[in-house]
Design a protein around this ligand. Structure first.
Ligand code: DAH
Length: 373
């Protein structure tokens, strides 16, 4: 039985070392030495397989007992060392309650949302309310009611995202291609009651099957509509000019109306603003025909076509008005000097923290619509 006394000696030595271990690393090293894959106690356990059944009956419990004592000793020592480590930490760690709280990451307002808010703020001052409509539209509101013929190219499959389903009136459903259907929905909502003057803007998302450096399949527009008994093109021009002056925060905005064609307006005009190039950046302001200047198209507009008024339940012999539509993303790029449209919709947090706005920075007309805290 020299074997077993050798084992006892090894066991005693291991237990003594465990007891003396004064950090968790040492403890772990001793554990691996004894119970690890190559450990001496583990090697002994393996010899059980080669023993006769009688031998195994006495050796098995003996070796198991040794293993249990080592395992217990490790657990005990570990508990002592961990408790001591916690004690030491508590004794040295100081919690300074006067320190400022760590900064939580703060979100920001997307520039498009910011510009939409600014637009709504300016138009609110001019007496326009914000109207909304669904992004999933039917072809009657999106096209037919706006006097767009069945053969109008904008209705083509390759420009418009259509759904397979049709609505209860058997109209095809689609992602709205512009904010103009909100004109129809707003007027119908009012005319169903009594018919009354309208002054609304409708900002929102629109969709077209288009994608390159200057076009994204989803983009933002704002629609404007003013209906009354005596509205004329002069009101349109003044309204747009006043709006752009407020948005770009400069008085030298010059607006040019150019004859154009839209099915939903008659007459129709496109509007341009004068701008100049400063250090590779387009800066709005000045007369487009002046030295170093040019014109930039910003949107379409006109006097609402009488067929549109009829479709929306307004008597065109009593009511008339102007409508306009313009792209918001373009305005945001111009106002804040951004040059790639696609970055707007990449969702890159770094871009947002560079261009985004503090959520606590509310646009106000008195503080400047683009004021930053
Ligand atoms: N809906 C037009 C578009 O998406 C823009 C537009 C032009 C809107 C003229 C209007 C308007 O209200 O009168 O291209």
């Amino acid at each position: 039985m020299t074997d077993s006394s050798e084992h006892e000696a090894k066991l005693t030595q291991t237990l003594e070392r465990l007891h003396a271990a004064d950090d968790l690393d040492t403890l772990e090293a001793i554990r691996v030495e004894a119970l690890g894959k190559q450990g001496w106690l583990n090697a002994l356990m393996k010899t059980l397989g080669k023993m006769s059944p009688e031998e195994r009956q006495t050796e098995g419990p003996r070796l198991q007992g040794m293993r249990a004592r080592v395992a217990d000793a490790i657990e005990d020592r570990k508990a002592v060392l961990e408790a001591a480590a916690l004690e030491a930490k508590l004794a040295t760690e100081i919690l300074d309650l006067t320190l400022p709280a760590p900064q939580a990451p703060q979100g920001s307002v997307h520039p498009v949302s910011q510009v939409m808010d600014e637009i709504a703020e300016i138009f609110a001052d001019l007496g326009f309310a914000v109207a909304t409509g669904p992004e999933i539209e039917d072809e009657w509101h999106n096209f037919s009611a706006l006097n767009m013929a069945e053969t109008h190219p904008a209705r083509a499959e390759h420009d418009t995202f259509y759904f397979h389903d049709r609505d209860a009136d058997d109209h095809r459903m689609l992602l709205r291609t512009h904010t103009s259907p909100v004109q129809i929905r707003t007027m119908k909502g009012l005319s169903a009651n009594k018919g009354e003057p309208v002054r609304i803007i409708a900002p929102g998302r629109v969709y077209r099957s288009d994608s390159d450096a200057t076009h994204t399949p989803m983009f933002h527009q704002v629609e404007g509509l003013a209906i009354d008994r005596d509205i004329h093109l002069g009101h349109l021009k003044w309204t747009l000019e006043t709006f752009f002056k407020a948005l770009f925060e400069r008085d030298d905005i010059v607006l040019r109306l150019r004859p154009s064609y839209f099915p939903f307006t008659e007459p129709s005009v496109e509007f341009d603003v004068g701008y100049s190039n400063e250090g590779g950046r387009r800066v709005v302001g000045g007369h487009g025909d002046a030295e170093g200047h040019d014109w930039m198209e910003l949107g379409g507009s006109g006097m609402v076509n009488r067929r549109v008024l009829e479709h929306a339940g307004y008597d065109p012999d009593e009511w008339q008005g102007f409508a306009f539509g313009l792209g918001i993303d373009r305005l945001a790029m111009l106002k804040y000097g951004m040059n790639d449209l696609r970055a707007f919709f990449d969702g890159d947090g770094r871009w947002l923290s560079h261009y985004g706005f503090s959520p606590f920075d509310q646009p106000t007309l008195s503080g400047g619509v683009g004021a930053r805290a």
